[in-house]
Design a protein. Structure first.
Length: 402
């Protein structure tokens, strides 16, 4: 007889490193005597699951074994699939047919049926892997009595309570690689190169690659910037470069001084209230090009403008996003074996630990501008003494919080 059933799910955007995490959890859990199932499409699989006898739920969950996870564990994305479903705020259009008579409001909280479905599956322990949106609902389930141990994942590295989130290293690695590739076009035409990168509220994915030499300047969400100051600095960099070009990384959530709100693409907000960001790189590029004559003796400088987008979240994980998910998966099992629930596995100052899952909704994780960002030069502060590997920590949520 198995000790019990552990369920794993992945929610929100896909990142490299999810499959290694699923693999690590499954192998350790099955060897400890647990039955492991994977919930498909994040919280969506639990929403759509029909507990009625004879219902086909093969698209909503699957039993996980070493054979299954070993095949997928070396790959990117998530073989369990994912979604941005929010069971506490489910639109009527997303309510499954078998619940249509129960939930008839425009927006519905289907948590009572989520709890029933977890009981139907025999789930005694739940390991959600996701960002603060996915994990905020995990906290809700913890408050409802579900034994939750969570794992942080996001390209932006912006989940509070941990210095590191699965997917961040690959994002930084790809950003550096792709930026260096794009230099050849910028240099050949003596242009500015402006690259829009991930980062809705936090600028880690722009700041770290710039620190590593991928760009001359970076613009982050935490500091509304002056476009003329930026144009002058970029022209200064261009004039000093032998090939007459300069490079900037622009966070998708960045804002110009006196700008109201972020730059969004057309479309409705998702179930977590987020509209799709996009266009800040375009906006900066157009204004930089228009301002360039002012700082270049009346001569215009054109711009190579590129949004990296899904290029940095697709494909296989790098070394760190193969190692950290393995460690996070084993940490999650350690917490389950010790009977410690309502926890988020974490890294702080280079050491693995865990923090209360409430930190996900209780704080925000941002770049500490005073410590890490030179607002006069629009670039990182290069001070590394006593800093951890990835330089910036989750200072407001430091420590284990036991």
């Amino acid at each position: 007889m198995a000790k019990g059933t552990i369920a794993i799910l992945t929610g929100g955007g896909d990142v490299p490193g999810l499959n290694p995490a699923i693999r690590a959890i499954t192998i350790r859990a099955t060897r400890e005597g647990y039955r492991v199932i994977g919930i498909r499409r994040g919280w969506g699989g639990l929403v759509d699951l029909d507990p009625a006898g004879g219902a086909d739920n093969s698209q909503n969950y699957q039993v996980l074994t070493e054979e299954v996870v070993n095949r997928a564990g070396r790959t990117g994305g998530t073989f369990l699939h994912t979604s941005r479903t929010r069971p506490s705020h489910l639109p009527r259009s997303a309510v499954p047919q078998h619940l249509a008579d129960t939930y008839t409001a425009d927006v519905n909280d289907v948590t009572p049926d989520i709890l029933k479905n977890l009981e139907h599956l025999g789930v005694e322990h739940l390991i959600p892997i996701g960002g603060d949106d996915t994990l905020s609902y995990a906290q809700r389930l913890h408050e409802e009595g579900v034994r939750v141990v969570a794992i942080p994942k996001t390209m932006d590295n912006d989940v509070p309570g941990t210095d590191y989130c699965i997917g961040f290293s690959t994002c930084v690695t790809r950003t550096i690689e792709l930026t260096h590739r794009l230099r050849t076009s910028a240099g050949s035409h003596e242009r500015f190169l402006v690259i829009e990168v991930f980062g809705r509220y936090a600028g880690f994915t722009a700041l770290l690659p710039t620190m590593a030499g991928a760009a001359d300047r970076c613009i982050i969400p935490e500091h509304p910037f002056d476009i003329e100051q930026f144009a002058e600095l970029m022209m200064y960099d261009r004039n000093r470069h032998p090939s007459n070009y300069a490079v900037a990384l622009v966070s998708e959530g960045a804002r110009m001084a006196h700008q109201e709100g972020m730059s969004f693409e057309a479309g409705e907000a998702d179930q977590y209230g987020h509209r799709k960001l996009g266009g800040m790189g375009d906006r900066v590029s157009a204004m930089l090009q228009d301002l360039s004559p002012k700082f270049n003796k009346g001569r215009r400088v054109n711009v190579v403008n590129q949004r990296l987008g899904y290029l940095v979240r697709s494909g296989d994980p790098d070394a760190l996003d193969s190692i950290v998910p393995m460690a996070f998966g084993n940490l999650a099992l350690d917490l389950i074996l010790r009977g410690e629930f309502g926890r988020l596995v974490s890294v702080h100052n280079g050491r693995y630990d865990s923090v209360p899952i409430e930190v996900v909704t209780g704080t925000k994780k941002h770049v500490d501008v005073a410590k890490y960002y030179n607002t006069e030069r629009l670039r990182p502060i290069y001070d590394f003494r006593d800093k951890p590997l990835f330089i910036m920590t989750s200072d407001p949520a430091a420590g284990s919080g036991r």
